[in-house]
Write a protein that binds this ligand. Sequence first.
Ligand SMILES: [Zn+2]
Length: 321
Amino acid sequence: MTDRKKDLVDVHVHLLALPAPGNGCRISPRLKNGLLARALARLRGWPLDDADRFNRMYLERLLRDLAESERVGRAVILAMDGVYDDDGRLDEQKTDILISNTHCLEISHEHPCLLAGVSINPLRRDALDELDRCVQEGAALVKWLPNSQGFDPADPRCLPFYRALAARGMPLLSHIGYEFSLIGKDQSAGDLQRIRCALDEGVTVIAAHAASFGLFFHEPFWRLFTHYMKTYPNFHADVSALTLPNRAGMLWRLRSRPEFHGRLLFGTDYPLPVFSYPSLRTGSLRAWREAHACANPFDRHAGVLESVGIRADARVIRVSG
Ligand SMILES: [Zn+2]
């Protein structure tokens, strides 16, 4: 690595928080008691039965990792909206997790190195008002995960929301592809084709994980991804989680298309792990050793990307101040 400035912004960092008085967050017992949550808790030492302690621990660790990073100076922390019914009201039964915008914005106001990636289900009845509130409070982007939030991005009911996003210059970071980590989902909502109407409305769209499908080397969206890159200047992608074995196929495809690199945004998918093995494929044992020895997840991700020749530092998010 040559450039040691902390000039990268990580646009894909999950804000995890358990419900505590005043934070507006929710988690369903089936998710909290599920295998994934319990396994993660054991692995990371997370106290899932003590919300205040968990929330504090998670944030402190994130701030420490970010402070210790030599490459990444700021991170967009992502909220997570719930599922809404046909009247646009929160469907508590179908919502497995909700990380509130209020909590996300509050933390971003307290810590200038953290930017708010708010989450707004376009079917909620106050979607446009919530967008305005978040814009006024300095949100950097809107993130959604249609597979788990129970809507279809191609639904014409999303159009007013797309027009509002475009008019306010607010980027949309959308999960594309298969979603493993949450329950109660419609995987067809992650089809890259479904986000085309947002692009047609002029929204700056960031495809999470570079639209990698998430099922190992099968990448059904690659052709459409390259078509969008050529057709829509407002189409971007983040490179989060691309060192995971189930997404690494997209890493190699991106590597072969340097003309797309100017529209790639840096992202890790923190707190998911970052693997160093992709550096091996470059034939440089030294690059792999450097990445492997790097304990900081942000720097390791930056190092692996650099070693495979992928530049990802495009800036399209809203940053005030
Ligand atoms: Zn993610």
